[in-house]
Design a protein around this ligand. Structure first.
Ligand SMILES: Nc1ncnc2c1ncn2[C@@H]1O[C@H](COP(=O)(O)OP(=O)(O)OP(=O)(O)O)[C@@H](O)[C@H]1O
Length: 345
């Protein structure tokens, strides 16, 4: 259907507008947006700003009033809507599993509609259950009511991936889960997307979630006007205006530290296995800072070298004048270093 069948396809929105009948103003007004192939782009904005309407126009659950949508160069509005939807994964907060179908049947629904042979569907369902960390032998024949909320959300993601579509639309897919399950699902999802490289539009109210998941974030105002479209790091470092700064919140520096890994910071020396608190490869700078604070140390050792508190401040532009000339935001000061007792807790 698209120029790429399974790997991410580029999405282009041109002057996209939706004016619901009887409403005084358009819900989505003249939106232009380019989403590169293989990227996960998060729409974040206040309730009612038009996130869901924009997303639903892409798989034509909502018909645009005017404008253009292209996926992989194909004009979406010239395609048959049911056929289009079979080639776009869709996961929503309410999950929408069919209660009378087993988990296996729910996941296999779209491949079945696409006419895949039974053996191929069975293999795909097994593969997807494993991919979302649900043991196939335990979950394949259960019914949705026999699963926890978090397990159902995973099935929702598996079902959206079932036909291996190049594009996925995800509307608060983890919204109904408790914070711990949600964090777990987010981490799993980031790992999954690193492998799959689909083009994904992900809607959320939660700016923290947008930072964790997005290659880029679109911050929306009312009527889906774009306030800023950039990488999480750029939005945190340089919010376009006060509206975006309001989303970023007070702790932008800590959020930026959470995006960076210890290996991103030039080490000041080789790893020192003893005497310093240790952090693993892949640890975020925010976690490394927590380790330094917990040990009362102004440095810690990682496989790529020694990370100092000064280097950590330098990387987020604190402790020296910022490029804009504004006062840099302070990272929390470290408590006075204490002697770390070898073998102590
Ligand atoms: N079917 C409809 N008929 C009329 N107005 C609608 C319809 N669906 C949505 N709207 C209106 O369009 C605007 C945008 O709604 P939409 O659901 O796209 O926003 P949203 O940003 O996704 O909101 P939320 O975060 O609360 O889900 C709102 O003012 C909403 O009331």
């Amino acid at each position: 259907m698209f120029d790429t069948e399974t790997e991410g396809a580029r999405i282009e929105l041109r002057a996209l507008t939706k004016h619901y009948p009887g409403q005084p103003a358009p819900a989505v007004d003249n939106v232009d947006l380019d989403i590169p192939a293989g990227e996960l782009v998060v729409f974040v904005g206040p309730s009612g700003c038009g996130k869901t309407t924009t997303m639903k126009m892409i798989n034509r659950l909502v018909e645009p009033t005017s404008g253009e949508i292209r996926i992989g160069g194909k004009d979406v509005l010239s395609l048959q809507p049911d056929e289009l939807r079979r080639h776009i994964g869709y996961a929503i907060q309410q999950v929408g599993l069919f209660p009378h179908l087993t988990i296996g049947q729910n996941i296999g629904l779209v491949p079945k509609l696409l006419g895949w042979p039974a053996a191929r569907i069975a293999a795909r369902v097994e593969e997807l259950l494993s991919l979302v960390n649900l043991e196939p032998s335990l979950f394949h024949d259960r019914y949705p009511r026999q699963l926890s909320g978090g397990q159902q959300q995973r099935v929702g993601v598996a079902r959206a991936l079932a036909a291996d579509p190049p594009v996925m639309l995800m509307d608060e897919p983890f919204g109904a889960t408790d914070p711990i399950t949600r964090e777990h699902l987010q981490k799993e999802f980031v790992r999954l997307q690193k492998r799959l490289r689909k083009t994904i539009i992900f809607v959320t109210h939660d700016f923290e979630e947008a930072i964790k998941l997005g290659d880029r974030i679109v911050v929306l105002r009312e009527r889906s006007h774009i306030a800023q479209y950039d990488t999480p790091a750029e939005i945190l470092a340089r919010p376009a205006d006060d509206y975006v700064a309001g989303f970023v919140g007070q702790d932008a520096t800590l959020k930026r530290l959470a995006l960076l890994r210890v290996e991103d910071v030039a080490p000041v020396g080789p790893p020192q296995p003893t005497g310093l608190p240790q952090v693993a490869a892949g640890t975020s700078l925010r976690e490394a800072l927590d380790v330094m604070i917990a040990h009362g140390s102004d440095r810690c050792s990682s496989p790529s070298g020694v990370l100092t508190y000064a280097a950590l401040c330098g990387v987020v532009g604190t402790g020296r004048p910022s490029s804009t000339g504004q006062e840099p935001e302070a990272v929390p000061s470290l408590p006075a270093p204490e002697k770390v007792v070898a073998g102590g807790r």
